[in-house]
Every structure is written in C-alpha cells, then in structure tokens.
Ligand binder design. Sequence first.
Ligand code: FNR
Length: 346
Amino acid sequence: MVKNSELYENKTILAPMVRVGTLPMRLLAVKYGADLVYCEEIIDFKILKSKRVENDALGTTDFVLSDGTIIFRTHPQEKDKLIFQIGTADAKRALKAAQRIEDLVSGVDVNMGCPKEFSIKGGMGAALLSQPEKIKEILTTLVNGLSVPVTCKIRILPELEDTLKLVKLIESTGVSALGVHGRTKEERPRHSNRNNIIQTIAELLSIPVIANGGSKEVIKVYEDIAVFKQATGCSSAMIARAAEWNPTIFRAEGKLPLLDVVKEYVKVAIEWDNNWVNTKYCVLQMMHDNMLDYPEGELTQAAMSMEDISEIWGLKDYYLQVRQKLSKISEGAESQGDRVSIETNE
Ligand code: FNR
C-alpha cells in the first residue's frame, strides 16, 4: 500500500538545493507559505559517518562529522513539513542512513537527477536514470524499510517512451509521489523546461507528480506558481531558484523587498547558529542579480565571520545578544552535565 500520498498533493514546495536548503532557508520558506521543504541532498555515507547530537541550546538535532562539520541540523518545528533528500547508489546503505533520520522528518526523497560529476562518478543522482534495476532495488528497499513515505526526484530522458517506462517502473516500487524536473541530464537551465512531458507523466501515473523546472521561464511572482501547475497538469510544484533568490516567492500577498528578506535571512541564520560560510553563500545567492545595486552585496563578499555578516546587515547587536544567550544556556546545561546528549552511530 502506498504511504500517505496526500502529503504531496496540492503542495507548493521548496526544492532540494545543495548549500541553500539548510535550516534557516527552510524555516523562512515555511514562514512564507511553503507547504513542504526539502533539505539539501545529503549523501548516505555522510549520515553514516556522523554523530547524532541533541543540541540543547538550540533544541535541534545535529548530525556532526568528526571535524565538527554539521551536515544536517533540524528542529521539531519543521518536522511535519520536512523531506530529507538522500544521495545514494546503494540500497542497503541508503536504508541504514535513512533510518538514522527517519524520526525527524515527514518523508525521504532519493536524488535521481543531479548531473554533477561528483554524483555521476559515484553512481548517484542522474547516473541512476540509466539503471532501472538499481532504482527498483533502492526504492523498494526504502519503501519496505521506512515508516515515512518515500519519493524520488528525476530528470526526463531524451526519449518520451523511455521516460514513461521509467516513471511506470518507479511507481511500481510503491513510492508515494514523484518529482520531475522537465530537462534531461545533459540540459542546462537555459534549455526550456518540458512542461508538456511533465503533464504526460502526471496523466499516466496515479501517484502525485510534483512539477519542477519552472523558475527561470515561468515563476517570477506568487501567481506564476499556479500558472506552472496548470502548464504541467500537476497539483504540486517544487521551486528551486526562484526561492533561492527570494524565499518570499511562497508568500500569497507577494514578494517582499530583497534587502528586507536578506536581512531577515541573516537574523534567522544568527538565531540558529548557522555557520558563516553557508550564511554568506546564501546571502550572495540572494543578491545574485543585484550585486552592483547595493553595497551590502559587495561587503558580504569580503565577510569572514558571522560577526562581519551581522554588522553589514545592521544586526551586530542582535548577533552579540544571541551569542550571549546561547552560551549561557550551554553553560547552564553543562554545569548540570547535560549540555549535549550524544547518540553514537554504532
Ligand atoms: C539544485 N538542484 C538540486 N536538485 C536535487 O535534487 N538535489 C539537490 O541537492 C540540488 N541542489 C541544487 C542546488 C542549487 C543551488 C540549485 C540552483 C539547484 C536542482 C533543483 O532542485 C531543481 O531541480 C532545478 O533548479 C530546477 O528547478 P527551478 O530552479 O527551475 O525551480
């Protein structure tokens, strides 16, 4: 029986985006109206190598590598909207990794569309599109082994017939929905998104199909999301770049001015102790087309710490207050011997 397909019906979704889809961006997207938010793709190996840490100061659960890098941070407030995207080339390893995060999320999605060399070389992402047996094995293993719904996100194949064969096979594994980016793995963002092929897939399948690929050509303002859903015949759409540039794209009342949104993003990043490299990256992505219009963009390019970024965005006092508050909570908890509880992955 297919698990909780309704979760993916009539939804507007923050798409998975490496480096962009970390906790602050996901929480902002939810605040402005996203129904579901995907985390950035996280490779199964990394989850298996990390330690699961309860962060009492923030109330988050963190997955931390031995060098201190946090590869995944989540808070219970996003659980009912959070989909974890995994990168994998191996069914057993994917299941083991997904079981470590299963209680923290509402669904698990397998990336089958990433065309980057790193993914393809590892047999992950779009490399899976030409391996139907492996797709079947990975998806059935996850569907049977997890309590939460499983989905995957694909790109289309060059031939319609092959694409339709592939999506039927995917549906037969018991997945709860399918995300489709309407470009082939060879195509770049400048190529048109094949909305008509997404529509054909949506007509063919019984499970919800989530349309993706509309940021550049269609989705400029909130109302365009409905236009994209109509053009693809899907009740759900997943938005990447339009949300990366301005996460208030999900706001029914219209987008907020860029500088206000970036400032709010920095505030949320401070509150969740997001690392400065990631915060800087996301700020620069939001400023992408406007670097020359605002001095804040250029200044952010030179920032070397969260304190620098906070100062540029007029939030230095706020940053210092939050730091003080967080370290007080940590010290208090430490003196009671329970600052962080660590569950090892053995
Ligand atoms: C992506 N994309 C992507 N896809 C995926 O399945 N997992 C991922 O981790 C990422 N990472 C990622 C990072 C960044 C910065 C971008 C811009 C894109 C692809 C993305 O989810 C989406 O499929 C495409 O961007 C097309 O959708 P839009 O941008 O037209 O809405």
